[in-house]
Design a protein around this ligand. Structure first.
Ligand SMILES: NC(=O)c1ccc[n+]([C@@H]2O[C@H](COP(=O)([O-])OP(=O)(O)OC[C@H]3O[C@@H](n4cnc5c(N)ncnc54)[C@H](OP(=O)(O)O)[C@@H]3O)[C@@H](O)[C@H]2O)c1
Length: 344
């Protein structure tokens, strides 16, 4: 489907999912582009970031951020181009990082926009390695994980936007790094391209045994993004004084009830107590927003020097965003998931 120039295609939340989202929970609508008022800019979406947190916004369960209302446009970060401006700070052609949402065009009053360097020849990196996921990896690992040279760091969702960066930073810090990922292609990529020491496929029946073998000295830092069966395998391997940055729990995002099986709360709390483990959740911009410049400067240098590699999974067309997002929750993405909406 090709975007009509005077029409704004928007993907709205059609209904709240119960369990895993389906195509029926989304609706593509077409509306006229609103008229610009003084102090506003009209943004043309070039790239839309798809991220796991959006599953939380589809639900009205209590969370750290308000849900998307049913019938409203799905939220999300975008790389956008200023197409018209009645704002003194922005000119036509400026490229910005915005919170434009799942749509072709967005109006903005200029707040919450970040101008991108016009010379930036790969602007979508501001949604990935140089943006929110990279920042999450950097702060979660370094501030909460505090990895020391020689320690063993285990990284969940290791081929993804956050995990891929976590493991590479841990390697730069001199750690032994073991990734966890789904399937041969991802595990091979994590070892061969990203330089992790090992990567274990969480989909195999021998997962827990292989993880144990890959961590002969136990685990000092576990970067948690998954939960569920992956955490069950990690827990007994955690060393005394281990640190667990609790970044995400994607295996549970579609849950409608507590997991089946025996209650493991006692096992968890006993392990945390007796091994004096620090497990800390964090929400990246709420907890670390002021440190973004430090991150951006360091990560830009690492990326330019080729010390941190990245992979993008680019889906063509806004109309394909819903299916791509559903796939993200099933592990069908391979790298930072981004929708290419339009050329600059
Ligand atoms: N706290 C924060 O501020 C913050 C900020 C950003 C992201 N996060 C969290 O960080 C995590 C990773 O985000 P991302 O953007 O980097 O996504 P991503 O890793 O690029 O993509 C998600 C990956 O999660 C894995 N996955 C999905 N379901 C799984 C399951 N049941 N068991 C094991 N693995 C599963 C899949 O990889 P495999 O195919 O390898 O299984 C999938 O590709 C998410 O939990 C997200 O919510 C938190």
């Amino acid at each position: 489907m090709i975007a009509n120039k005077s029409v704004n295609r928007q993907i709205v939340l059609g209904s709240r999912p119960v369990g895993a989202p389906t195509a029926d929970n989304f609706r593509l609508e077409e509306r006229e582009i609103s008229t610009l008022e003084d102090g506003q800019v009209l943004l043309r979406t070039q790239y839309l970031s798809l991220d796991p947190y959006m599953r939380g916004r589809m639900s009205d369960a209590p969370s750290y951020a308000a849900p998307v209302a049913v019938g409203s446009t799905m939220v999300g970060s975008t790389i956008s181009c200023v197409q018209a401006s009645r704002h003194p700070g922005y000119q036509i052609g400026d490229k910005v990082l915005a919170y434009g949402g799942w749509q072709d065009y967005a109006l903005s009053d200029g707040q919450a926009l970040t101008k991108l360097d016009p010379k930036m020849n790969h602007p979508s990196l501001a949604l990935g390695v140089l943006g929110m996921p990279g920042f999450t990896a950097y702060m979660g690992l370094l501030d909460i994980g505090q990895p020391q040279a020689g320690e063993t760091v285990v990284v969940a969702a290791a081929s993804g936007a956050v995990g891929s960066v976590v493991g590479q930073i841990a390697k730069l810090k001199g750690c032994r790094v073991v990734g966890i990922a789904g399937g041969d292609d991802k595990t091979r990529y994590v070892i061969d391209e990203l330089g992790f020491d090992a990567c274990i496929d969480h989909r195999t029946t021998e997962f827990a045994l292989q993880l144990t073998k890959a961590c002969p000295k136990g685990i000092d830092v576990y970067f948690e993004s998954v939960g569920g069966a992956v955490f069950d395998a990690v827990l007994p391997l955690l060393n005394t004084k281990a640190r667990v940055p609790l970044c995400g729990l994607i295996a549970n995002y579609n849950d409608t009830a507590l997991p089946h099986g025996p209650d493991r709360m006692g096992l968890l709390t006993r392990t945390l107590l007796t091994k004096r483990i620090k497990m800390q959740g964090f929400i990246i911009f709420d907890d670390y927003g002021s440190r973004y410049p430090e991150f951006f400067s360091q990560m830009s240098q690492w990326v330019n020097e080729g010390k941190i590699k990245f992979r993008e999974d680019i889906v063509e067309g806004l109309e394909n965003a819903s299916q791509a997002f559903i796939g993200l929750l099933e592990g069908r993405n391979f790298g930072k998931l981004i929708v290419h909406v339009a050329n600059a």
